[in-house]
Design a protein around this ligand. Structure first.
Ligand code: FES
Ligand code: FE2
Length: 390
């Protein structure tokens, strides 16, 4: 296959004009490598800091076989720990959220402080090998950005959330993220797709006019994309012409002024996708956060939550509902697309496809995958065992 050599900053990438190959979307051995090099070291949102406002409030996130809790200590500090007892590995807490004075294991009642220290062991003298000071909960990296709480399983020296979002810090500031409150707690939906298919589709600009009639009615030709090193931006301005579809029409007519936003953002839908698997959708009326968590090479979980500034206006409540109705259709259209793309990726007939010059977000994502996993350049899966070769 002939490759046109394209310049990507200071390196020449012979594959720059080509998509990631299909086997990366189905192969179990590749999946394990990708989890270790891409997902484990990346930040994952857990909740908003206001969801864990009081000492003892905790939220959890489960992914890649790990369960992580973020908990606010008596000193007000937010910490993250593996949700794993140091005695027999029992889960300490169950569910998505709760509040506890101490974390008491339901198996044999070992007790941990909110700072993770092991503070109580029944029959303490029965464990000759136990050093209490060395058996606190396993800490996990935590990053709080603009009021949102993130964790990561490994540290590969990658950027903080603030560093990733730095190109858009000024644009985001008026939305007052720290003052947002949860209006819809995390909800998970399983999809029969590789996690990359969700992200590829999220920042695929060329499908909008083909596959999303509603977005075309709302935004006309104003839909735009751009790619910064760690974040993609997509946006659309609501058009003046009112849609014939009822919820779109309602949204266009009744979206109330957002006093905290500049004029340019009063009727702007703004999307940011952060490396590698999360995005937030910023509307004048609310902010949605979504991550697509890998389960297996061909299964992912979409974890979604919604936030908004407190606003009791009746029209704001109705407009948020209209927003949900509009995006429910967009989501169904995208689900239909990505499940069929996933099936096509599994076909032996498919290796890789060309990426257009305008598809800057797909290019940026594929480049970062190739940098971390050089085998991602191979058009077909190498013989099994490749990842264990020295
Ligand atoms: S497993 Fe937690 S106290 Fe035994
Ligand atoms: Fe879409």
């Amino acid at each position: 296959m002939a490759h046109r050599v394209a310049d990507i900053g200071d390196t020449i990438d012979p594959d720059a004009d080509w998509s990631l190959p299909g086997w990366l979307y189905t192969d179990p051995e590749y999946f394990d490598v990708e989890m270790a090099r891409v997902i484990r070291p990346s930040w994952q949102i857990v909740c908003h800091a206001s969801d864990i406002a009081r000492p003892g409030d905790w939220h959890s996130i489960d992914y890649l076989g790990e369960s992580i809790i973020v908990v606010r200590g008596d000193d007000g500090v937010v910490r993250a720990f593996a949700n794993v007892c140091r005695h027999r590995a029992m889960r300490l807490v169950e569910g998505a959220s709760g509040c506890a004075k101490k974390l008491v294991c339901p198996y044999h009642a070992w007790t941990y402080g909110l700072d993770g220290r092991l503070t109580g062991v029944p029959m303490r003298g029965d464990y000759p090998a136990l050093d209490m000071a060395k058996n606190g909960l396993a800490p996990v990296d935590v990053d709080i950005w603009q009021g949102f709480v993130f964790v990561r399983l490994d540290d590969d020296g990658g950027p903080s959330v603030a560093a990733m979002m730095a190109p858009y810090a000024d644009e985001i500031a008026p939305y007052r993220f720290e003052d947002l409150r949860t209006i819809s707690p995390a909800r998970e939906r399983r999809r029969a797709v590789n996690w990359k298919n969700v992200g590829d589709n999220y920042s695929d600009n060329l499908h909008i006019p083909v596959a999303h009639d509603g977005l075309v009615r709302l935004f006309g030709a104003s839909y735009a994309i751009e790619a910064e090193p760690w974040v993609d931006k997509m946006s659309g301005q609501l058009v003046e012409r009112h849609s014939a579809s009822s919820w779109e029409n309602f949204y266009q007519r009744h979206l109330p002024p957002a006093p905290h936003l500049p004029d340019s953002h009063q009727r702007l839908w703004l999307y940011y996708k952060l490396w590698p698997n999360m995005a937030f959708d910023i509307y004048p009326d609310q902010v949605d956060f979504m991550q697509w968590l890998p389960v297996s090479p061909t299964v992912s979980v979409l974890r979604e939550m919604a936030f908004a500034l407190p606003d009791d206006r009746r029209e704001m409540k109705l407009v948020r509902y209209a927003n949900w109705r509009i995006n429910r259709i967009v989501n169904a259209e995208d689900t239909w697309l990505i499940e069929r793309v996933q099936q096509g990726m599994a076909s032996h007939s498919y290796t890789l496809g060309p990426i257009g010059a305008s598809e800057v977000c797909l290019r940026s994502f594929a480049r970062k995958i190739r940098e971390r996993i050089p085998e991602a350049r191979l058009h077909r899966a190498p013989a099994s065992g490749w990842s264990r070769k020295p």
